[in-house]
Design a protein around this ligand. Structure first.
Ligand SMILES: [Zn+2]
Length: 249
């Protein structure tokens, strides 16, 4: 889970429309939030990811649902309140069901930075406090097949790529690899690795955490600095990943 910035509500969702939709929901319970313009702007806000588990929701098997942070059943006046809507995968929405965060709070990624409450150990999320633990339990964020395994697979792939680049860096330092072409392969390889942890990428919190906490990453970075290969783009990519990386607990 990563921090999301709430985008302005869709133009189509005027005060008048909101009133009309609330009225209709109260009358017949119909799914008045199920509008293309609502889904479009929610998906834009989260880069097509579930705001809780970070899986991509534009894949067929994980189609996106509009999640009501405060459940519509208990708060019908918030049924199309923009600040109450989050893009969610079917799995997370199904786990949260009608849970009311006012009873025991859970993380709303638009309001709170999840890294304040969540850490990671061996691809499992761990709560740093009651809000973190409650979020993990309510949303079942350590489901083996659907979440822990995909996190492991992407983390393992990141570590393999990191080892590959580190070997190339060593060969460059030894003079086995030389020249601009090889320099560019190394620098671009390191950049591409960091790009996998950008907020728009699937499981970016996992990738950022795995990459930046790896001893080999620090080694690679130090060597790139020594070679004079570390540049502003690498620096700004690293800053982006630091802002979402979780503490390893
Ligand atoms: Zn999800």
């Amino acid at each position: 889970m990563i921090k999301l910035e709430r985008v302005p509500k869709p133009q189509e969702l005027t005060d008048e429309i909101v009133k009309e939709l609330i009225h209709r929901y109260k009358q017949d319970g119909s799914n008045v939030w199920n509008k293309n313009y609502i889904k479009r702007d929610l998906l834009g806000m989260s880069n097509n990811k579930c705001s809780y588990c970070e899986c991509l929701v534009n894949e067929e098997s994980k189609y996106m649902e509009v999640e009501h942070f405060y459940p519509k059943k208990d708060y019908p006046d918030l049924v199309v309140e923009w600040e109450n809507l989050l893009p969610s995968c079917k799995r997370c929405n199904g786990n949260k069901l009608d849970y009311d965060p006012k009873s025991e709070p859970i993380i709303n990624p638009c309001d709170t930075n999840p890294k304040e409450h969540l850490g990671m150990r061996l691809y499992r999320l761990l709560g740093k406090d009651d809000i973190g633990n409650n979020t993990i339990d309510i949303l079942y964020l350590n489901e083996m097949d659907r979440l822990v395994l995909p996190r492991f697979l992407i983390g393992n792939q990141v570590q393999e790529s990191l080892e590959d680049i580190l070997n190339k860096i060593k060969m460059y330092q030894q003079g086995v690899l030389q020249g601009t072409r090889n320099r560019n392969i190394i620098v671009n390889g390191f950049k591409n690795l960091l790009r996998q942890g950008l907020p728009e990428k699937e499981y970016s919190a996992t990738v950022s955490t795995v990459l930046l906490n790896d001893q080999k990453y620090s080694e690679g970075k130090d060597n790139l600095i020594q070679l004079g290969f570390w540049d502003d783009e690498l620096n700004s990519l690293e800053i982006s990943l630091f802002s979402i990386k979780l503490d390893t607990l």
